[in-house]
Design a protein around this ligand. Structure first.
Ligand code: GLP
Length: 241
């Protein structure tokens, strides 16, 4: 894992945008793995800016998102479908038919997980996977206890994850209890991985990650098993490391 320490959130986002844009320029038909949460918002703003100001094109790019809440329909204000449309896709010239997220409302969750994993295999390998870091070490929605060989699956969210994400909902009760997420093994199939962490709140998690001890109790630690991971971390998130 290559670790790049940057000054602040803005610098982390710019550096990440440079890496994503270099990937698109190198291969206009790239497959990007995308994440939600607050961490990549700055990156997504910068990618939108790249389209406006430098005419970068995503016409041939395909995207595969990490996860979706179980039970929320695509247009629910808190669904990850809606999040991605609002924060990224609407600002790019991407063909929406080439943007993929798990269907949180699929009637058979097992079938949906199988379908999604097959999609990753058919379109992939993902050239560049973006990841945020949960305070409990989750990546995607792979909570502590998730095995290394996990593929796309349905998870029960940790209480801490629901609390952390409650800020996007009007109350904690509204945060779904389950989600569909790419598994650890699905994520590790990607060619390259870009992990982003910013702010004091992520200090403990970054410290734990940098102990280089792969194990289920801290899912992000499995990233040490991949040969091309870059962590971009700002000073606040790095301060305990
Ligand atoms: C969420 C998402 C993850 C995200 C993480 C960190 O629950 N499912 O993909 O990376 O938690 O969130 P944030 O970036 O808001 O700190």
């Amino acid at each position: 894992m290559k670790v790049e320490v940057v000054e602040n959130y803005d610098e982390m986002s710019s550096r990440a945008a440079d890496i994503v844009e270099a990937q698109i320029l190198r291969n206009p038909r790239s497959v990007l793995g995308l994440a939600t949460g607050s961490t990549p918002l700055g990156l997504y703003d910068k990618l939108a800016e790249g389209v406006r100001q430098r005419q970068l094109s995503y016409k041939q790019v395909k995207t595969i998102n990490l996860d979706e809440y179980r039970g929320l329909n695509r247009s629910h204000p808190n669904s990850y479908h809606k999040f991605m449309n609002e924060h990224l896709f609407e600002h790019l010239d991407i063909d929406m038919r080439h943007t993929y997220l798990p269907d949180g409302q699929a009637s058979s969750v097992e079938e949906e997980c199988r379908r999604y994993e097959a999609l990753i295999d058919r379109l992939g390998p993902i050239h560049l996977q973006i990841l945020g870091l949960g305070t409990n070490g989750h990546i995607g929605f792979n909570e502590p206890g998730t095995p290394e060989n996990s593929l796309t699956h349905c998870v029960e969210l940790d209480e801490s994850t629901r609390k952390n994400n409650a800020r996007f909902f009007s109350s904690l009760e509204e945060v779904p209890t389950h989600a569909i997420t790419m598994g650890i093994a699905s994520i590790l199939k990607s060619d390259k991985i870009l992990l982003l962490a910013s702010g004091k709140k992520k200090g403990e998690a970054v410290k734990r990650l940098l102990e280089k001890q792969p194990g289920e109790e801290f899912p992000a630690s499995f990233l040490w098993k991949h040969e091309d991971v870059t962590l971009i971390v700002d000073r606040e998130a790095y301060q305990l490391a």
